[in-house]
Write a protein that binds this ligand. Structure first.
Ligand code: SF4
Length: 75
């Protein structure tokens, strides 16, 4: 996975990491938090539309592991 694309989206508290090569397009993220995950929008992930807790919980439901969370270090 040397040249695999990895995208990061941060709200200052948590960073969502998306690895498109692993996405199986189940749509679970868009169904769970449609304002945050909208595949028709660019950028398709917009973290301002939910709380960090909601985002972390939804990322945990990604069936493929394409979405993951990087916790920001506490200031
Ligand atoms: S839940 Fe995961 S596998 Fe499903 S569409 Fe979203 S990122 Fe892709």
């Amino acid at each position: 996975m040397e040249n695999a694309i990895t995208k990061r989206y941060s709200n200052g508290e948590v960073t969502v990491v998306w690895q498109p090569a692993r996405c199986i397009h189940s749509g679970a993220c868009a169904r769970g938090l449609p304002l945050v995950f909208d595949p028709r929008r660019r950028p398709w992930i917009e973290l301002a539309s939910a709380t960090s807790e909601q985002i972390v919980a939804q990322v945990a439901r990604c069936p493929s592991g394409a979405l993951s969370i990087e916790q920001e270090p506490k200031a």
